[in-house]
Design a binder for this molecule. Structure first.
Ligand code: MEV
Length: 328
């Protein structure tokens, strides 16, 4: 018998970084997925294997050993061992061993919430294997454990959207607001393929904002205003104005120095090709940008991103969050 779960990636439409300080961010689940398949082992060890990149670790008595893979294998897979262990402890099954197979199509380290989706799918598949119910709040709280190991001071936005799906206005430690999705919409992603650490980027912004209280207050106030207006705009379905707010948000992210020349180039190319708006998404410092565009300009924006040196992806916002099944 196996527990199986699928969890989506995310794109932050407005408010990344500033959300760490309590302002609002708007985030969407998108249709790129992490899959976890979990079965029991009789030796009490947790073995985690990933198909892409191909690597594996074993975890016994709190010690993580790399079985296959490169230098960063432990950094990538150890948090999954901890999250699986925390899920077992949640059900008083800490002696149980597990084989965990991760098959994720979400590019790693580029701002699309890969680590959170892997954690969320692992937790849901483990609970399913144990035939125990786990509500969505419990899943995102358990996932916070691994996100805290990977990121510096995470806001919790990534595991929340991967668990719940759809479109959400998120605030740290506050109730989140679901934004009704009348119909799904397309998001164009441009990947610079330059990976970076979210934790390092969050620390960089923290250092910068610590330099001046007034500056910090002004930036956070602008960020909140952008996300709040964007929320109303989205509720009215006014994508043109939403795009302008994305552009403003990108300028604010440039001010806190998390954009790069490559990201700026892709953002500009998308706007010139007809997008409503474009901005970096996630932690920046490399990684991805996103653009929203009228349907008739989708192809030209995708081409413009490729011509500007990025790898384009076309995704849809998806209603479903994590889903799990018992495979017999
Ligand atoms: C990471 O996807 C988004 C950041 O705002 C960090 C966080 O909210 O935890 C950069």
């Amino acid at each position: 018998m196996k527990g199986f779960a699928v969890a989506p990636a995310k794109v932050i439409l407005t408010g990344e970084h500033f959300v760490v300080y309590g302002t609002t961010a708007i985030v969407a689940a998108v249709n790129i997925h992490s899959k976890a398949t979990v079965s029991q082992r009789s030796d009490g060890t947790i073995v985690v294997s990933s198909s892409s990149p191909r690597c594996s670790v074993s975890f016994t008595d709190g010690y993580c050993e790399v079985l296959q893979g490169r230098r960063n294998t432990r950094a990538m897979l150890e948090p999954i061992c901890h999250v699986a262990r925390a899920t077992l402890e949640h059900f008083d099954k800490e002696k149980q061993g597990l084989d965990i197979q991760i098959d994720s199509a979400i590019p790693v380290g580029v701002g699309l919430g890969s680590s959170a989706a892997v954690a969320v799918s692992t937790i849901a598949a483990t609970a399913k294997l144990l035939r125990r119910g786990l509500d969505r709040d419990a899943i995102r709280h358990l996932a916070f454990k691994s996100e805290s190991m990977i990121h510096n001071f995470p806001s919790g936005i990534d595991q929340t959207i991967s668990t719940l799906g759809g479109l959400i206005a998120y605030r740290r430690r506050r109730p989140f607001q679901r934004i009704p999705l009348k119909r799904t919409f397309q998001v164009i992603i441009g990947d610079t393929r330059r990976t970076r650490s979210t934790g390092a980027m969050v620390s960089k912004v923290k250092t910068l904002l610590a330099k001046g209280r007034r500056l910090k207050r002004q930036i956070l106030r602008s960020a909140e205003r952008i996300s709040r207006t964007a929320l109303t705009t989205l509720q009215h379905g006014d994508m043109r104005q939403f795009g302008e707010l994305m552009n403003l948000n990108h300028e604010l992210l440039r001010q806190v120095r998390v954009s790069t020349r490559e990201l700026d180039r892709l953002v500009l190319a998308a706007r010139e090709a007809g997008a409503f708006g474009a901005k970096l998404t996630g932690a920046g410092g490399g990684g991805c940008m996103i653009a929203l565009a009228p349907f008739r300009y989708t192809e030209s924006v995708l081409h413009a991103i490729r011509d500007a040196g990025g790898t384009p992806h076309l995704v849809n916002v998806q209603r479903e969050g994590v889903e799990s099944w018992l495979l017999i």
